[in-house]
Design a protein around this ligand. Structure first.
Ligand code: ATP
Length: 301
């Protein structure tokens, strides 16, 4: 948690975040990596979500003047679809996620959720609508029940249990001596990487956001655990609008559509098979990762 408080000028935002009862605080700040704060417009209304499509319309953005990171990026994720964003390191994938959370405003262009420009609505309502499932989550030194339910002030025990069930955590909880009241974290029970990730998924389920931002696990989970976590995530993402930021292409091969980013522009877009047939950047990345996986496999033999 200390890392949240490092940049002191963020304290105000941290405080408001806690007050607003958002659950993605830690994850948010991991993505945030900045001390810039954007302000709500006076009298800004809350985001109203019916069918939560996400649109980037000609978005231009750079952290510094004269160095654009997103160069006129346009795409639409229709409501209820699962899209993945891939691209070489530095292409702008995390930047795009930060803009969607409105940690920065684009210099040009617009970002719309369900037709509303995210600049025109309150940040609290925007961030309440988006759940992040991060690759590594922070656990508080508190009970596992608290860790699942924190942030949504009105979460009841039955909400927490339903979320634990949805995230396939009940097997673990039933084995714990004090079940949901078992202390976890540094001073309590140590959870494995996979279990921590399930807690993060359960937190997101408690929040029940219409939009999901999945930051693909690159952490050292064994293949079986990873497959199980992915299956759980797919279930959670079903019927929601989701954007997965992926490093390993094998995890997103079944996305409804894959958006390939390079130098802050959309260079290819399609389903896995279409992109392979297109034989462009995605096919290159796929071939490279397959070769790497083979080498690793050989090295392990
Ligand atoms: P990766 O796959 O390596 O995580 P990415 O596609 O997510 O990369 P971004 O993190 O969005 O890429 O970074 C895009 C570019 O923006 C990089 O050149 C990076 O150095 C730069 N950048 C990222 N964060 C900042 C920041 N806070 N200030 C200045 N430049 C930044």
């Amino acid at each position: 948690l200390t890392q949240l408080f490092r940049p002191l000028d963020m304290l105000g935002m941290v405080y408001r975040t806690i007050r607003q009862g958002l659950i993605d605080m830690a994850e948010m700040f991991r993505l945030l990596d900045t001390d810039v704060e954007v302000a709500d417009k006076p009298g800004a209304p809350a985001l109203v979500i019916g069918r939560p499509s996400v649109v980037f319309d000609n978005v231009v953005f750079g952290y510094e003047k004269d160095r654009a990171i997103l160069n006129g990026l346009s795409f639409e994720v229709p409501a209820g679809r699962n899209y993945a964003i891939v691209g070489p390191s530095g292409a702008g994938k995390s930047t795009l996620a930060r803009l969607l959370f409105r940690f920065y405003d684009p210099q040009e262009g617009r970002i719309l959720i369900d037709g509303q420009n995210i600049k025109d609505v309150t940040q609290a309502s925007l961030r309440a609508a988006i759940g992040i499932v991060p690759q590594d989550s922070v656990l508080f030194n508190d009970t596992i029940g608290y860790n699942i339910g924190y942030g949504r002030e009105d979460a009841t025990q039955s909400d927490i249990e339903a979320a634990a069930r949805g995230a396939s955590l009940m097997g673990l909880i039933d084995r714990l001596p004090k079940r949901f009241d078992t202390e976890v974290g540094e001073r309590g029970l140590k959870l494995s990487g996979g279990e921590k990730q399930r807690v993060a998924i359960a937190r997101t389920l408690v929040k029940n956001p219409p939009i999901l931002l999945l930051d693909e696990a690159t952490s050292a989970l064994d293949t079986r655990t990873e497959q199980e976590i992915l299956a759980t995530l797919h279930r959670v993402a079903e019927h929601r609008t989701s954007i997965s930021i992926a490093h390993r292409l094998s995890t997103i091969a079944d996305a409804d559509r894959i958006l390939v980013l390079s130098d802050g522009r959309l260079v290819e877009s399609g389903r896995h098979g279409e992109l392979l047939r297109h034989d462009g950047l995605y096919a290159d990345m796929w071939a490279r990762q397959a070769a790497e996986a083979e080498e690793l496999g050989e090295a392990a033999e």
